[in-house]
Design a protein. Structure first.
Ligand SMILES: Cc1ncc(COP(=O)(O)O)c(/C=N/[C@@H](COP(=O)(O)O)C(=O)O)c1O
Length: 382
């Protein structure tokens, strides 16, 4: 059977170390096709490369080749009746998240498209994706009833609290004092323990405390900051969806823009789309010095994938005021209330467009969550 279900080979994924499999993934994406292997179990890196780009099938045999479409890469979900058998089914098949053309006019023929990640059902944010990927893999080796936890700026904590319960785990989330109220309250509503450290200026400052609690026993640290399942969730999900939606929507995709926390989603989006077309630009936003924008950080504060992988990107700096200004611009042009990190990414793209750095074409901005969570923040700045 030349096209086998890749789900029959996933046990080999855990044996793959490092990022070398990504060169294979890049090659398959660039060629748009994958060759056969006689025994996938002897090629765990190849299995992982196909899994991470979203293949559902793996070609088994000699001397054959299959297109991405034949491998199931284009099967990005969809439930026409929107009837789901469970909350996890809602997360999985209630995809892809929308990609919508904004009416906001940017200079230089830059056409703006918004990838609305608040359509993820648990945290109404992009962070559902790594939470489901991390917990579903963990459930293969961690006994039910265990306590899982991590440091979070808010969204991942909500997603982890929700998904942990669905898999039979308890959750504990650690937040910096400056986190928004929704990030401190909603995990409790979901039955999680919440630890707030008023002294911690950011999530990464909480990691020593989380690791100490993990070492002293009793806590499984899921570690969104260094767990490759974060990056891989976005390769198979966010990135693949943008690739397929752009193709099917007839976009002339010239660039992507987004923000950085763990750097999981924008590393995946940039890597995937630049593997397909090396000419795709990646405009990444970071808060201006001394600025604080919920959920995102400056690259120098420490991130894994954006620093480890071969990704070509430019950085733009944005203040919180500029991020909220962009929220208002999108709200008034599209009627959509995007979150501040999405606003920051729109502003970053607009700056690059204004500086004449972008060629005409379609640009996708990943909008990690909704602005409905940030009323107190916005109120002070409107
Ligand atoms: C609203 C919003 N926008 C963008 C990001 C960045 O996503 P990432 O780079 O894929 O982690 C995030 C990421 N938040 C993560 C990580 O936060 P961090 O900025 O690393 O402290 C969390 O919820 O714990 C976010 O919540």
């Amino acid at each position: 059977m030349p096209l086998a279900d890749i789900s029959g080979y996933l046990e080999v994924l855990d044996s793959v170390r490092g990022f070398s499999y990504l060169e294979t993934a890049r090659g398959v994406l660039r060629r748009g096709a994958a060759g056969c292997v006689s025994n996938p179990r002897e090629k765990p890196g190849y299995v992982k490369a196909l899994y991470v780009i979203g293949a559902v099938k793996i070609p088994v045999g000699e001397g054959c080749s299959y297109t991405l479409e034949e491998l199931g890469v284009y099967d990005i979900g969809g439930a026409p009746d929107m009837v789901f058998s469970s909350p996890l089914d809602l997360f999985t098949r209630g995809k892809p998240t929308p990609l919508v053309r904004s009416r906001l006019q940017l200079p230089g023929g830059v056409r703006l498209w918004l990838k609305l990640e608040w359509y993820n059902p648990f945290s109404l944010s992009v962070k559902d994706r790594p939470a489901v990927e991390i917990v579903s893999r963990l459930s293969r080796r961690v006994e039910k009833g265990s306590l899982v936890g991590d440091a979070t700026s808010s969204n991942f904590g909500i997603a982890l609290s929700a998904v942990a319960r669905l898999y039979g785990y308890k959750a504990r989330v650690y937040l910096p004092g400056a986190a928004e109220d929704f990030g401190k309250t909603l995990p409790r509503l979901l039955g999680a323990e919440v630890i707030v450290d008023p002294e911690a200026p950011s999530t990464v400052h909480l990691l020593p405390r989380v690791m100490k609690d993990a070492r002293s026993g009793g806590l499984v640290h899921v570690n969104q900051f260094y767990n490759d399942a974060n990056f891989e969730a976005h390769m198979r999900g966010t990135a693949r969806e943008i690739f397929v939606q752009s193709r099917r929507g007839g976009l002339r995709l010239k660039g992507v823009s987004g923000s950085l926390g763990t750097s999981g989603h924008m590393s995946a989006v940039a890597f995937y789309l630049q593997s397909v077309d090396p000419g795709v630009k990646a405009v990444l936003v970071q808060p201006a010095k001394d600025a604080s924008i919920p959920g995102i950080r400056r690259v120098e504060t420490g991130m894994l994938w954006i620093n480890m992988l071969d990704i070509d990107y430019s950085l733009a700096e944005v203040t919180l005021e500029e991020a909220v200004e962009a929220m208002a611009e999108v709200a008034r042009s599209d009627g959509l209330i995007i979150g501040p990190s999405g606003g920051a990414a729109v502003k970053a793209l607009a700056k690059k467009a204004g500086e004449g750095e972008l060629e005409p074409g379609d640009y996708v901005v990943v909008v990690p969550d909704t602005g409905f969570k940030y009323v107190n923040l916005v109120k002070q700045l409107l």
